[in-house]
Design a protein around this ligand. Structure first.
Ligand code: FPP
Ligand code: MG
Length: 257
């Protein structure tokens, strides 16, 4: 499946999307797409097929977000912890990523027409040169797009990002670009992998697990959290609309509370 798909919403679902759009819509949603392997065993298919279904659901979810007017999406596609899985599974996920990033380049015209800027955040030194090249090409190709932003966290953990940020700042001080007195929360945010993005308004995790799994720990300090009780490939527009509605109901209207 492609990264950009046509709308699969029914007339009634589109109507509900328009109703929800009358209220506050998050500008930026982060997704922890969990449950692909449980979905594979539930539906008696290979693990690899569960991950393919996971990618297909990602493409569908991105289309819903475009229809809802959500400008930015960040997804947890591969954690540094995932390198501890079996060699077979890591190879399968890397192959899937290579195919999908290649497909993204092949679909250049569609992506540019939609104005989607793609960023990959993570410790890219842990990836193969082939994957790094594809990622660099996709990033450069779309860097001037401004209609929508998709951040793919790949070889990412928050703690790795925070250590890397601290190293960047130390380097800046050592080289004399920065003074120790310049170090504050804003500077730290500006040195994170996510420096180009606003903080997520909402984080959604599927599969029923109530954990953050080392994802965007700095950035979600003030985000609404929504746990969806379905496996990622089963996530549907109703779950997304319910999360947006629950955030609206929980909004106090003021930061700092
Ligand atoms: C979590 O389910 C999912 C992953 C570790 C991989 C997510 C990857 C995709 C959805 C494909 C995206 C690919 C690209 C290139 C963006 P799990 O494997 O932890 O399943 P479980 O929780 O049931 O064990
Ligand atoms: Mg999991």
């Amino acid at each position: 499946m492609s990264w950009i798909v046509d709308s699969s919403l029914t007339f009634f679902q589109k109507f509900c999307v328009n109703v929800i759009k009358c209220g506050p819509i998050p500008n930026h949603i982060a997704f922890i797409m969990d449950g692909n392997r449980r979905y594979a065993s539930k539906t008696k298919v290979e693990k690899a097929e569960g991950h393919v279904k996971g990618f297909d659901k990602l493409a569908e979810t991105l289309q819903w977000c475009l229809e809802l007017g959500i400008k930015e999406v960040t997804v947890y596609a591969f954690s540094i912890e995932n390198f501890k899985r079996s060699d077979d599974e890591v190879a399968t996920l890397m192959k899937l990523a290579t195919e999908k990033f290649q497909k993204l380049l092949d679909e250049k015209d569609r992506l540019m027409a939609e104005g989607v800027c793609i960023r990959i955040i993570g410790n890219l030194s842990l990836l193969s040169p082939e994957l790094r090249k594809l990622i660099a090409e996709a990033t450069l190709m779309t860097k001037h797009n401004k209609k929508a932003f998709l951040n793919v966290a790949f070889a990412y953990t928050s703690r790795d990002e925070i250590v890397s940020t601290a190293e960047t700042i130390v380097e800046g001080v050592k080289k004399g670009f920065l003074d120790v007195d310049n170090i504050d929360e804003d500077l730290f945010s500006d040195c994170l992998y996510t420096s180009a993005s606003p903080e997520p308004d909402m984080i959604v995790r599927t599969s029923g697990e109530l954990r953050f799994s080392d994802f965007l720990l700095w950035q979600i300090a003030d985000s609404h959290i929504c746990f969806a009780q379905v496996l990622w490939p089963e996530f549907c527009i109703w779950h997304l609309l319910a999360c947006i509605f629950k955030r609206k109901m929980g909004m106090t209207g003021s930061k700092g509370s």
